[in-house]
Each structure stands twice: as C-alpha cells, then as structure tokens.
Design a protein around this ligand. Structure first.
Ligand code: XIL
Length: 363
C-alpha cells in the first residue's frame, strides 16, 4: 500500500519520493476514474470511534469490511490524552494501533496541534517557553510511541482562521498567540525527529467551495505552505478535510488550480475527512442521498483529475454514528445522512461514488 511505503514510488510514473520530500506530477488522464473504472490504488478508509470498535461487533465488522485505513475521531486529541501537563493516556491510541495491525490496516494519527479539543490547562499556557515545552514534550512522546505504527500524522490541524482576510493571517490559537507562525515548522520538525518515516500533513477545511471566502482561504493556505517550504521543515502533504455542504458548490477550476499549485510546492494531497452536511437538502431520503453522492463525486472528480491522492477517508462510515448533528442538525429534525453507508450499514449512492474512484470492500 502506498501510504506506508517510504521508498521510491512510481505509480504509472505519477509519484516519486525524492530526498526529504515528495514530488508529485499530476497526470490528469491516467488518474481519472473515467468510464467508472478506477485505474490506481488509493487507500480508502474512515474515521472511527475507538470505544465502538471495541464494544460493538456490528460496527467493527463494517469497518473491517470497508476500510483499509483508519483514523481516530477522538482518542489522540489533547483533551483525550492529556489530563494534566505531566500525564499521558495512551489507552485509546494503543487500542486503535493494535486494531490496525490485527486487520492489516494503515493508521493515520489525528491530531498533534489544534485549537480544538484542548484541556483547560493547555488553553491557559502562559508563555512562549511553556508552549515550546508542552509542544515538544507532547509531539516527541506521542509520535515516538507510535513510530512505525502510525504511518501518517495530521501534525497541524486547521491553522487558518474561519474567515481569512489576507493571505498571511493565521488562526489565533494558543500556539499562534504564544509562538507566532513558527509553531508550525517547529511542530513538523519535532514530528519528523520522533518518526522520520511518518508522512506529515497540514489539514484544513473550507478549501473546496465557490466564493470569495473560500478563494481567500486557498490563498492563505498557499501562503502558509510556501512559508513552511522556505523554512526547510519536513512536510509531505496537504489534507483537504472536505466537509462538504449540500448548499455549497465545489469550485472546480479554483480547486484544480489550487491542487496544481500545491503540487508545485512538492506536496501531495490527502482527502482526510470527507462527508456532506445535509441540513439544507430535501427531507426525502432518496433525493437527499442522491444529492450527497453528487456533491462527493464533484469533489473527487476534481481531486482525481488533478492528482492521485495519497488516501481518501470519510469522517465516519455509517449514518448510525455521526458527529454531524452536534453541529449541523436539520431544521426538520430528521436524522442526518452525511456518510457512505446508511444507519443499517447498507451502501448508499455515496458508497458507489467511492467505489467508482477505487474504494473496495475488503472481504
Ligand atoms: C470532531 C469529532 O468527530 C467529534 O466526535 C468531536 O466531538 C469533535 O471533533 N474537523 C476535525 C475533526 O479535524 O477533529 C473534528 O472531529 C471534525 C471537524
């Protein structure tokens, strides 16, 4: 599988690892899922809820059947692991990594540096020295513990502000406020030192849509990626979270150009958190499932036309277990249907879209 390999990759000549980084040459024709048949191997997978994996055989079976890669929805976030500045809880992470090994799955790590899911003590760090110590201790311990077992890390999650105005603006997280933008290359270097084989990713949302706000966010991301490149810090890929919306169109030319520009910086693409927020779509289930699938297809069309992504992950597998209603409840109170499988683990049109791009049922 491609994601774990760290030697030279020549997938129809499309990708090559080069010293200290990765060169990706876009091959629009070969990489297409045209005619319904995928011609390349990209690992497909899902975010998982670790307690469900352990306790719920039906859930576990669906994950094993459909995923060749897993990432924890929670369990490796600071809030889950760091009750106080000195302690680490590795219980959930260990379970996931064991599960991945047992089922021959790749594991992605999510996430090392984020503004969200932070324990109170970490939100209250008071100085650059404290922040530097907290980051370096956390990243070396966590990445070091799973070295060789977690193949790819979302090192930096959501570094850009909600409403990007100028390209050099960054999200005012505790890390940015105490350390400035340097926290980003600093964290990447720490992760690389703790596991030189791990793929390192910067992960962000709202990079996909039509509209000034999203154009500005793409410009902000390019500005950030260029600066990281100049800093010499190791970075392999950009994660497109791809939390899509029923009411927002994909900016096909804008996203295509953006992917090519990201490639121009020697970086690859991972689709990390694909799902479709359906709160504004019709209540009728068949209509809604068709619209959700069409939106996912529109995104994947542009991605696969412009590169071969390193992996495609949805943020959950079945509508039975979804994070979406916490943030995007439907006004009519009907259950959300953002994911590839329905609440009984049956394939929806969204799953057929994934299959068209190469997702396979494993057994
Ligand atoms: C979400 C999880 O799915 C929820 O279970 C949790 O309560 C909050 O976080 N972008 C991210 C993810 O990078 O970490 C978020 O996950 C969803 C949005």
């Amino acid at each position: 599988m491609i994601l774990l390999e760290h030697h030279t990759i020549d997938r129809r000549g499309a990708l090559r690892h080069v010293a200290g980084g990765i060169a990706c040459v876009a091959l629009p024709v070969q990489a297409r899922a045209a005619g319904g048949e995928a011609r390349h191997t990209v690992p497909f997978g899902s975010a998982v809820q670790i307690p469900w994996l352990v306790d719920n055989p039906e859930y576990r079976a669906a994950i094993v059947r459909h995923c060749s890669i897993v990432v924890p929805e929670g369990g490796l976030k600071w809030l889950d692991m760091r009750p106080d500045p000195k302690s680490y809880w590795f219980g959930l992470g260990d379970k996931l990594v064991d599960f991945g090994a047992r089922h021959d799955m790749q594991v992605r790590g999510h996430t090392l540096v984020w503004h969200g899911a932070m324990p109170q003590w970490a939100k209250e760090l008071g100085s650059a020295a404290e922040a530097t110590h907290a980051l370096s201790d956390h990243i070396s311990k966590v990445v070091g513990r799973y070295a060789g077992r977690i193949a790819s890390w979302d090192v930096i999650n959501e570094p850009l502000p909600e409403d990007q105005q100028t390209p050099n603006e960054r999200r005012a997280s505790i890390w940015y406020r105490l350390l400035g933008e340097d926290y980003i290359p600093f964290a990447l270097k720490l992760a690389n030192a703790a596991d030189p084989r791990a793929e390192l990713v910067i992960n962000e949302y709202d990079l996909e849509f039509v509209g000034g706000r999203f154009e500005r966010k793409r410009a902000g991301m390019l500005d950030l990626l260029e600066k990281v490149r100049k800093s010499g810090a190791p970075l392999h890929a950009l994660g497109l979270q791809a939390h899509l919306r029923g009411e927002r169109d994909i900016d096909r030319p804008g996203l295509a150009r953006f992917i090519r520009e990201v490639h121009g910086l020697g970086l690859e693409i991972v689709v990390t958190e694909l799902d479709v927020m359906d709160y504004s779509l019709p209540g009728d289930v068949a209509e809604r499932d068709t619209a959700v699938a069409a939106r996912a297809a529109a995104l994947l069309d542009v991605v696969f036309e412009n590169c071969t992504p390193r992996a495609v992950l949805t943020w959950g597998l079945s509508d039975r277990h979804v994070w979406v209603p916490d943030y995007f409840k439907r006004p009519d109170k009907l259950p959300n249907r953002p994911l590839p499988l329905d609440e009984n683990y049956a394939a929806k049109p969204f799953q057929r879209v994934l299959e068209r791009f190469g997702a396979k049922v494993r057994n």
